[in-house]
Design a protein around this ligand. Structure first.
Ligand SMILES: [Zn+2]
Ligand SMILES: [Zn+2]
Length: 382
C-alpha cells in the first residue's frame, strides 16, 4: 500500500514538473486605457518594476490607467507608477475579474496571473495562464454547450491543446505566445462548464502527433460538405495527416447546404479582375458560367482557383456548383469553412453514433497518434 502511495506522489511530482504556462494577450483587438481588476478567488501579490509588492485580498480592486509609457496603479489609498505590473496568484486557485472602463466591453473572469504593460495604443494585458486552464477556456469559447457529448469535448480539448503548443512562438516578437481572437484561438476567459473541466482533466496533456512524432497543425472547420480537402490544395503545403477524406456524417446537419445569387454583371466584373476579357465571356455565353463538382475540385471555371471565388463573393466554402437562373449566377454550395482537417459537425455526429474521441481524431487526421506532450522528443518551447 505504502509503495503505491509513493508511486502516486512521484507521479504527481512528475506531472506537475511538466506543467506549462502560456502568455495570452487579452482583449487584443480592443483599445484599453482604463481597467478595474477585482480578485474573485484566492489571493494575489502585486509587483512593480521597482520590486515593490502589495498583497491583494479577495474582493479587493486594483484600478489601472495608462499614463504615458507607464501604468498608473491605485490600490486603496496607494498610488504608484510602473512600466509593468505583475499580479501573481499565491493561493491554490486564483481568479481575477477584468472590468474594462470603456464602452461596450463586459466583465470577464480569468484564471491565474496577469501582466500589464503599455504600448503606443494603450494598455497591454497578458494572462500568464496554466495550459489546461487556457484549453478549458478555449473549448468553452469555441464550442459552447454541447449537451451529453463528453467525447466531443475530449476532441476539442486535444485539438486546442495541440494548437496552443504548435503555435507557442506565434506572437513571440510581441512578447507573448498567443492572442485571444480567431487569429489564434478564441479565448474569452475562465471556463464555467463542469463537463468541459472534466473533459480537459481527462485528456490533460494529450496532443496529436504525426508518424514522425511531431505535433500536427490541427486544422478544423464547421462542415466539410461531404469531403475534406488536402492541405496543399488550400495552403500549398502538403502534410501526411491533412488529407482529403469523404464524410457522410455531416450531410444532414444544419447549414450543410447554402446558395448565393449574384448578378451576371457582378460575375462578369469578377472575371474581368481575373484577366478574362468581356468579349471572351459574351462569346462563350452561359457555358462560361456553368460549373459542377460532384467531387471536390481545386480549380473552377476559367481555371480560376475556387478559393479566389470564395474570397471575392464571400462564399461559405469552395464546395459549390454554379448554375444560371434568369439573369442571376447562382452558387449552390455545401459545407462551411476551408474544409481542411476535422469537420466539427461530422465529428459531433460520429460521437452521437457511438464512435469515441480517438476514432474521430484518427478519421479526420490521417496516420496520427495521441501522446502526452512530455513524451515529445523535441523542445517545442525554446
Ligand atoms: Zn494571434
Ligand atoms: Zn464533414
Amino acid at each position: 500500500m505504502m509503495k503505491f502511495f509513493f508511486l502516486f506522489i512521484l507521479l504527481i511530482f512528475v506531472i506537475s514538473g511538466f506543467s506549462i504556462h502560456l502568455d495570452v494577450r487579452l482583449l487584443s483587438q480592443k483599445q484599453l486605457n482604463r481597467m478595474e481588476i477585482t480578485i474573485h478567488a484566492g489571493k494575489y501579490n502585486l509587483y512593480t518594476d521597482k520590486k515593490q509588492s502589495l498583497e491583494i485580498e479577495k474582493n479587493q480592486s486594483v484600478f489601472i490607467r495608462k499614463d504615458g509609457d507607464s501604468v498608473s496603479v491605485t490600490v486603496g489609498t496607494s498610488v504608484f507608477k510602473s512600466s509593468q505590473i505583475h499580479l501573481q496568484g499565491s493561493s491554490f486557485i486564483n481568479v481575477f475579474r477584468l472590468v474594462p472602463k470603456e464602452a461596450n466591453l463586459s466583465e470577464l473572469l480569468f484564471d491565474d496571473d496577469l501582466i500589464i504593460k503599455t504600448d503606443s495604443t494603450g494598455l497591454v494585458l497578458v494572462n500568464h495562464v496554466d495550459l489546461e486552464h487556457y484549453v478549458a477556456g478555449v473549448v468553452q469559447s469555441e464550442v459552447g454547450i454541447v449537451k451529453d457529448q463528453m467525447e466531443y469535448y475530449y476532441v476539442q480539448a486535444i485539438i486546442s491543446r495541440t494548437y496552443a503548443l504548435v503555435n507557442y512562438l506565434k506572437h513571440n516578437e510581441e512578447g507573448f505566445n498567443l492572442c485571444d481572437n480567431e487569429h489564434c484561438q478564441v479565448y474569452k476567459g475562465r471556463n464555467r462548464n463542469a463537463d468541459i473541466s472534466r473533459a480537459v482533466a481527462k485528456t490533460s496533456g494529450v496532443v496529436i502527433v504525426d508518424e514522425n512524432l511531431q505535433m500536427i497543425s490541427a486544422a478544423f472547420h464547421a462542415n466539410c460538405g461531404g469531403q475534406t480537402v488536402n492541405s496543399e490544395d488550400i495552403w500549398t503545403i502538403p502534410t501526411s495527416y491533412l488529407k482529403a477524406v469523404s464524410d457522410s456524417f455531416c450531410f444532414n446537419q444544419s447549414g450543410a447546404t447554402w446558395t448565393k445569387k449574384v448578378s451576371l454583371k457582378d460575375y462578369n466584373s469578377f472575371l474581368l479582375t481575373q484577366q478574362l476579357s468581356e468579349t471572351d465571356f459574351v462569346k462563350a455565353g452561359k457555358n462560361m458560367v456553368l460549373f459542377s463538382q460532384p467531387e471536390r475540385k481545386i480549380v473552377g471555371p476559367h481555371r480560376i482557383p475556387l478559393k479566389t471565388f470564395r474570397t471575392y463573393f464571400d462564399l461559405r466554402s469552395t464546395f459549390f456548383e454554379i448554375v444560371l437562373e434568369e439573369n442571376k449566377v447562382v452558387f449552390v454550395g455545401r459545407g462551411y469553412g476551408h474544409g481542411v482537417g476535422l469537420c466539427q459537425q461530422g465529428a459531433l455526429e460520429m460521437i452521437r453514433k457511438g464512435y469515441d474521441y480517438k476514432d474521430v481524431i484518427k478519421y479526420y487526421y490521417s496516420g496520427v497518434q495521441l501522446i502526452h506532450y512530455s513524451q515529445l522528443k523535441y523542445n517545442f518551447m525554446p
